[in-house]
Design a protein around this ligand. Structure first.
Ligand SMILES: [Cu+2]
Length: 184
């Protein structure tokens, strides 16, 4: 009982010192020189998404659709996607498996949007997979997503949530694999 009272008075000034040092370290970081900008145009300056929308869902998984447009003169690759609405977001494609069923799977190389062209994301085709939703996606609400390109530039957009009866694709590997992913 005695010991706890003595310790408190020593700990507080020490904590303040630690916080002060942390702040110094943070401001120090911002002064570091950034690497030289590449001469090429940033992917984020030439890519937009048109008619984006998100499928409503109470829980579990959903997907985002729309048309990715690349107005630049070089192919652009979306290497990763994040959203506050889902703990895990992946670029997916839908392919026919050996049994003749349509299954979806992650595109490890990411979405490639051709120079001066488009990549359509649609139910039953390529889509932005949202696994492990952080909450219900209700029709009429908005979800924001961020695309990261291979040049590290990013593009944030928001998309309305809509009710949609389709897009119940099978996940490659079957139900068991999917459940395992959801538990992680
Ligand atoms: Cu998918």
């Amino acid at each position: 009982m005695k010991g706890t009272a003595v310790n408190t008075s020593k700990t507080l000034p020490r904590l303040a010192a630690v916080i002060a040092v942390s702040l110094l370290a943070l401001t120090g970081c911002s002064n570091e020189t950034t690497p030289a900008e590449p001469e090429a145009v940033a992917a984020s300056d030439v890519v937009t998404i048109e008619d984006a929308w998100v499928k409503s869902a109470d829980e579990g998984m959903s997907a985002t659709f729309g048309t990715l447009v690349n107005s630049g003169d070089e192919d652009v690759t979306v290497v990763s996607i994040t959203s506050e609405a889902s703990a895990m977001v992946e670029p997916h494609e839908t392919v026919e498996n050996d049994a003749g069923e349509m299954v979806m799977r992650k595109i490890d190389a990411g979405f490639i949007i051709p120079a001066g062209g488009e990549l359509e994301l649609a139910p039953g085709a390529n889509h932005i997979m949202m696994m492990d939703l952080t909450g219900p996606l209700t029709a009429g609400s908005e979800v924001s997503l961020t695309l990261t390109f291979s040049d590290d530039s990013t593009y944030e957009f928001s998309a309305p949530v809509k009710d949609y009866a389709g897009a119940e694709e099978n996940y490659e590997g079957g139900e068991e694999d999917m459940d395992m992913d959801m538990d992680q």
